[in-house]
Write a protein that binds this ligand. Sequence first.
Ligand code: ADE
Length: 252
Amino acid sequence: MRVDVVSLFPEFVTQMSSHGVVGRAQERGLLAIHGWNPREYATGNYRRVDERPFGGGPGMVMLIDPLRDCLGAARQADAGPAKVIYLTPQGQRLNQAKVRDLATRERLILLCGRYEGIDERLIAAEVDEELSIGDYVLSGGELAAAVVIDAVARLQEGALNDSESATQDSFEDGLLDCPHFTRPVEHELGDVPHVLMSGNHAGIARWRRQQSLGRTWLRRPDLIDPELLSVADRQLLEDFLAEGGFPPVRTT
Ligand code: ADE
């Protein structure tokens, strides 16, 4: 997979993507990340990339032409058709289903805005999709681009080692992850749940599923529709709520 990042601070994104799983995915040839700076496509003595907004108001708006030329150069750097994604709080919210879809693409171009945003005409003409990583405002799209890159990189075949399998991640089955424990078994902060040391694989799987269901129900009720739970899952959840002493109805 190839990801081109169009940004006034491309090194910010490429640097952040050079460590851990994402760095390793690049070393393994599973992912290539290229940075493109619209400043290099700006003309004039000052190489302006932004101007004051028409209609007044605070902040600056990124100019069409440097961005368009920069995007054009990024597009032409590789023959494959690229999906252009603009990172913005106005975009559709990123989730794991979206990440799975993006991870199957051969090429993405991630467009990062700074200042108040980008001239809307450039967005209308060049952008295929707008994505937000959450309902808060960052100073630019770079952190969001790094988030997208990290999330898609770990889904590239061969990016994770066996012990890091993505299939058990939170959200892969629409639920939050279960709690995890390691040595020591006994600690002043508490003991590890017995079932995890039982060697009973079915019992462990059942406990983990129950914890995932219970946590999701309590912490992220928006992710569970009780009507859609299987009979078995509903029973696990009811037992979790009964045994755990948690309130049987959601308070949020
Ligand atoms: N740029 C600024 N804020 C953002 C957000 N929440 N998501 C994506 N891009 C952004």
